[in-house]
Design a protein around this ligand. Sequence first.
Ligand code: AMP
Length: 462
Amino acid sequence: MPKKQKTKKHPLKKFIRRAKPRAPRPAAESAEKPKRTFNLLRGMHDVLPREEKYRKPLYQSALELADFFQFSRIETPIMEEAGLFIRSIGRGTDIVDKEMYVFEDRDGNKICLRPENTAAIARAYIMHGMWNMPLPTKLWYWGPMFRYDRPQAGRYRQFYQVGYETLGDGGPAVDAELILIAYNFCQDAGVPVEIHLNSIGTPEERKNYKTALVDYYRAKRGYLCDDCKARLHKNPLRLLDCKNEKCQPVKDEAPQITDWLGEESKSHFMKVLEYLDELTVPYTLRHTLVRGLDYYTRTVFEIYPSLTGEAGAQSALGGGGRYDLLVEEMGGKPTPAAGFSIGIERMVAAIRAFNEANGLRPPAPKYDLYLAQLGDSARQSALRLLNVLRKSGLKVSFNLSKNSLKSQLESANSLQVPYALIIGQKEVQDNTAVIRDMESGTQEIVDQRKIDNILKKKLGKM
Ligand code: AMP
């Protein structure tokens, strides 16, 4: 009697057995104990596919701009020592006084979720001795920031920023190049913007200006809102940020910082304006623009959508400026620098507002063809073909969950693809496929092995 051959045990068999689905609990039992559902933390939001379709082109444009203007990507951690931001941004600012997520870790270190990224980049620049690299050092980033702000439209507690920073060059061409990048980023997204611009000089120039500003505001104390009365002592430059109607007449007549600039700061600013004129970047001089952070010197700017109505009145899409002293103050070598960041959620809101106002839709993805299949074995061939088509650089749409040819061709139609590729039982047996010209409706049968080349030829991709 022939010896019974021992069948080889499948190496995954024990796992397969274990993975057997458990019998569902009786409905009555689960109805008794409703499961707790979880909500988002206040001020947080999920980026769902419907928002991602706006964010993806923004990311691609950020990447292209970085490549063209020769910026390298830097990714710093979202958690840093709290002191890094307290020292660089400064006490008396909203971010440090009210908005930082600060907590102790298990070792008792005071850490925070980054409220912005410039200080972290200055920290990384010093830590990794980047001044030894050819100057200037040009870095860009894209990532989440955290501010414990009061949530409202366009204001979240976690939001994304894209930013570009140039370290090691104090010349005005750097300021203009950065403003150009910010401007191009918004233009690529189709959002018309204008740049608000000012120079806040050096710390000495600002000191003299602050004295004049405080003297002026003290004389008008009776006409000020309560916040401004406090700002007068705490952070006088923030007086110029006040949005309260009551303070506007006082603000309009306030001394202008540009009158306090020394020769060097003045000529730096004039040169920036000259470059922007040359580039035809639209800008408006705003003598009340000071930015909320301590580290800025000379040029400061903000980007506003030039839309009318509610969307136009929205707050800034982004902002930035020079910070010539920050790296030295953080313990590094003297390193003039400048940079800016743009809020991604605000950009998405501006694109949506612009599209709505102009009856536009977000750009739909473009495909070369639709792959339709009929039946189980056709689905298997379709999967194999998908891989072949992807490798030959064709963009294919498909839905392996659909079974009806009618509904798959309807999808092909609504995607406006030029061709559909159809595989049924017969095509699997013959190793063929049907190419359907979606416009004329004509069909031809082709050999599956030649399909990529045939399609590429038809699509003019060869
Ligand atoms: P800032 O560093 O405050 O000048 O912020 C730069 C940009 O980041 C702003 O112009 C906004 O687009 C965005 N941004 C700042 N704070 C928030 C926030 N709480 N929620 C959403 N976006 C924000």
